[in-house]
Design a protein around this ligand. Structure first.
Ligand code: GLU
Length: 305
């Protein structure tokens, strides 16, 4: 496996040139654009990695998988999916237009910004601090780490430049679809996006979902098999922004990307995969990550469809 991953990284290393690091959160613009790494947690043989496996980045939207898993476990499917839909969207992840146009103004799925903000608001903790502690605890349990810390510089940078997410949240409140202290919920959202990981952490997170909710590193049952299946399904349909359909055809496995450059993927019953590469395509997906996953899926016949 290690040899295969080294070849995959070698072949895809240059693809970063076709993308750009995110700049709308100023701190993200400082990321090393050419970092390229991949890790696989194979459920039968454990961890292998290649390339920049020590490179750290913030989870950004990959964290939405964590808060969704937590909300489904704490509140149940019925409550979560009466507040947010489960359908993919052909608009950008932070689109305001679609939310306003489609009555009843419910976010289309839990993996776009508006949906993730609503999911956070459902968690049964009132204060941002407690909500965030529960999300970072879930991130630690899914990645098999003792703790996953917030990158304070990225958190402050997003908090200071988040007019669009604020607009989404206040619009949702105005139509009665977001309850609670809006600034407090947004604070927890910015913090969860700033959780810092490596591609190895994302491989374990993916493997936890691939193993029906049991973390293969710690042996802990983190979520139920049903929650793991629902999360994988939402990843498969909505995880790669408005590129989810193309990703399903070209790679064919449940995955979630984030604008920090990470992608976590889960191949049911087989493996979790984590990639990093901060240069993004126009939709917000890591170009190196896409290239590596395409290649790996081809080599190992990972497609689930
Ligand atoms: N924190 C980012 C935002 O809210 C997350 C976006 C992403 O990774 O898709 O814009």
């Amino acid at each position: 496996m290690k040899e295969l991953l080294e070849t995959v990284v070698e072949n895809c290393r240059d693809s970063w040139r076709q993308g750009h690091v995110a700049t709308y959160i100023p701190e993200l613009a400082k990321a090393r654009a050419d970092a390229t790494g991949i890790a696989v947690w194979d459920l039968s043989s454990g961890l292998s990695g290649a390339g920049d496996t020590d490179f750290t980045f913030t989870m950004q939207s990959v964290s939405k998988v964590v808060s969704l898993a937590l909300a489904l476990s704490e509140c149940g499917e019925e409550k979560v999916f009466s507040a947010v839909g489960m359908d993919p969207l052909a608009d950008p992840f932070n689109s305001i237009m679609r939310l306003e146009m489609d009555a009843p103004h419910r976010p289309h799925n839990p993996l776009i910004n508006s949906g993730a903000i609503v999911v956070l608001s459902l968690l049964p903790w009132k204060e941002s601090r407690d909500r965030m502690a529960a999300v970072s605890d879930m991130a630690a349990r899914m990645t098999g780490r003792k703790a996953v810390a917030v990158n304070e510089a990225v958190y402050l940078s997003e908090k200071g430049t988040s007019d669009r997410n604020r607009a989404l949240a206040w619009f949702l409140k105005s139509v009665g679809n977001l309850e609670g202290d809006i600034e407090d919920i947004l604070d927890a959202y910015f913090r969860q996006c700033s959780l810092e990981v490596t591609c190895g952490d994302l491989a374990v997170l993916g493997a936890t979902l691939a193993a029906d909710g049991t973390n293969p590193v710690t042996g802990e049952r983190v979520v139920s098999p049903r929650v793991a299946r629902v999360v994988r399904t939402i990843m498969a349909t909505c995880g790669m922004y408005d590129g989810s359909g193309e990703f399903a055809v070209t790679v064919g496995i449940p995955a979630k990307s984030g604008v920090g450059g990470g992608i976590a993927a889960a191949v049911p019953g087989r493996m979790g995969i984590g990639t990093c590469g901060p240069a993004l395509d126009r939709k917000g997906n890591s170009v190196a990550g896409l290239a590596m996953l395409r290649r790996l899926s081809e080599e190992l016949k990972l497609r689930i469809y």
